[in-house]
Design a protein around this ligand. Sequence first.
Ligand SMILES: Cc1cn([C@H]2C[C@H](O)[C@@H](COP(=O)(O)OP(=O)(O)OP(=O)(O)O)O2)c(=O)[nH]c1=O
Length: 199
Amino acid sequence: MQNSDSSYDLCLASASPRREALLEQIGLKCLKYPVDLNESVLPGEAAPSYVMRLAEQKALAGQERSGTNLPVLGSDTSVVHQGKILGKPKNKRHAVDMLMQLSGQTHQVMTGVAVCQGRRILSLISVTDVSFRVLTEDECLAYCDSGEPFDKAGGYGIQGLAAVFVRSVSGSYSNVVGLPLFETAELLNQFGIRVLEPS
Ligand SMILES: Cc1cn([C@H]2C[C@H](O)[C@@H](COP(=O)(O)OP(=O)(O)OP(=O)(O)O)O2)c(=O)[nH]c1=O
């Protein structure tokens, strides 16, 4: 660790630059501590259980491996279409297939968020409905050439070029980008982390 824990508001058990930027947006400074877990879906596991389980596992692994006393946040975002979990695409063909599956359809983006400190752990799920216009295979191929799909659930980033695919969003926008800020602030408040606390 380069700095003492007291310079930070919380520990973020994540490699995602988006999650760090979202927490910065609400004035929180994170000690980043990525954890690498097996993200396979268990047989018969439903999407809400999956994102919640991974969020909790990431938070607990971050706490154990960093040894910090700070609250530790873990999170997992999945794209869910007709109950089926779409993770990150493995290659260009996989990304195009995912995007064509979402073409002209409404899907859900689900994020599980967990915060732990010592033996206490609290978690929640946020769900946003996202509707895509009809896409052509050629524009999906062109979108893949931008490189944007490959580190993102469902193979797209609403905050980037894929904004032109999105007809409507119902629910939390920040949830789609990787962390629902309204709900996360409420969760962190329960660990004494206050956003916009008067000085
Ligand atoms: C749908 C969508 C997902 N995403 C991103 C958010 C998440 O970073 C990623 C889903 O993968 P996750 O496994 O949730 O997160 P991650 O691997 O990036 O980071 P870590 O596990 O270390 O916390 O997809 C976007 O950035 N924009 C979008 O529109």
